[in-house]
Design a binder for this molecule. Structure first.
Ligand code: ADP
Ligand code: MG
Length: 349
């Protein structure tokens, strides 16, 4: 197998060079360039159909690009079959063998490769410890919860310590609470094993909380690559501004400006909003969401803004009574970000 250590030490863990993939007339991935660092937690974020899975499958070797090249650790693997690549994949649907025990599932790949039984056992136990399922070797997978099954799938993928682990919406089938818990655990495990994770999700919050860096996909292309705070605070174009976080865009003096909802304040008397950009408007909509209340404020100068306010003192009754009220809203100038003109998506259809 082409181990990553064979390549130059400073080469990225994964590199896509001008990669393109067509299915008939459909351009699934369109000239994607990307370099993912070693030990990075890298996320591909984008709406359904934007080409994330296709990219992942090309990195794994299940699909071959029509144009461009794929490198792993500095070696070109474009024509190398999946089983000879130093990567492994975790899918949303676990793909565990139901007739095998947890231990047998984790050992499966090693058994195929004729790894001696003792070593198989030892390594499977280590992998299960890593995903907090130590001692579960003899359980049947059918006796496990969804979260536990996904951990078994993770242990099975990690057991050979691949250089790169690919995860395609692995938490998609779990309910919200469990998903948030697994997000934290995956992050911790990634830190412990020191393996490059390439994580696919359509959930912007998941991408923002988990990633070192993320790429925002749209229609087979990458719109922006950056650290979560970069992408959130300085979206490269309107697509990113709208997809990552709430789209709060107003046009002022010929520029299109985005202000995140948590940066906008509803000014209460006697607050004059000194040092703030202040505008007047009317609260058109209120939704109380427990921890926060969301307001939609129609601005007299045109456009509307979403405002999110923590419910420090406000009760649901107070919140709902705000509907229709005239208000002044304000934000610090530094939080209004003018979306770069040149970077907006070109019209190509
Ligand atoms: P994502 O994972 O972001 O939802 P995909 O990579 O699965 O997106 O799909 C990208 C585009 O390619 C979509 O338009 C999808 O319908 C198309 N596509 C993906 N796989 C196939 C396939 N095997 N055959 C035909 N079209 C496909
Ligand atoms: Mg997909």
């Amino acid at each position: 197998m082409a181990r990553q250590e064979d390549g130059p030490q400073d080469a990225p863990a994964v590199r896509l060079n001008g990669v393109r993939k067509l299915y008939g007339d459909v351009v699934a991935v369109d000239h994607v360039d990307l370099a993912i660092d070693r030990d990075e937690f890298f996320t591909m974020l984008g709406p359904s159909g934007s080409g994330k899975t296709t990219c992942l499958r090309m990195i794994a070797g299940f699909e071959r690009p029509d144009e461009g090249a794929i490198e792993l650790g500095g070696s070109d693997v474009t024509g190398v079959p999946p089983f000879e690549r130093d990567v492994n994949t975790v899918f949303q649907d676990y793909a565990l063998f139901p007739h095998m025990s947890v231990g047998e599932n984790v050992e499966y790949g090693m058994r195929i490769r004729k790894v001696p039984k003792d070593e198989r056992r030892r390594r499977a136990s280590e992998a299960l410890e890593l995903v907090r399922l130590g001692g579960y070797e003899d359980r049947r997978t059918t006796q496990l919860s969804g979260g536990q099954r996904q951990r078994v799938a993770l242990a099975r993928a990690l057991v050979n310590r691949p250089a790169v682990l690919l995860l395609d919406e692995p938490l998609g089938a779990l309910d919200l609470k469990l998903r948030q818990q697994m997000q934290d655990e995956l992050r911790t495990i990634q830190g412990e094993v020191g393996i490059t994770f390439v994580y696919v999700t359509h959930d912007q919050e998941e991408a923002l909380t988990m990633s070192d860096r993320l790429a925002v996909f749209n229609d087979g292309r990458i719109e922006q690559v950056g650290a979560p705070a970069d992408v959130y605070e300085h979206p490269a174009n309107e697509f990113v501004a709208g997809f990552v976080g709430v789209s709060n865009i107003v046009e002022r003096d010929g520029r299109r400006v985005t202000i995140r909802p948590e940066k906008v304040r509803i000014l209460e008397e006697p607050d004059r909003g000194d040092g703030f950009e202040v505008e007047e408007g009317r609260i058109r909509e209120v939704s109380y969401a427990g921890m926060v209340t969301r307001f939609v404020v129609e601005l007299d100068r045109g456009g509307e803004l979403q405002v999110v306010r923590q419910n420090l003192e406000m009760s649901s009754q107070d919140a709902l009574e705000q509907r229709g009220r005239r208000v002044r809203v304000g934000w610090a100038g530094e939080h209004a970000y003018a979306i770069p003109e040149a970077a907006t998506t070109e019209e190509d259809s």
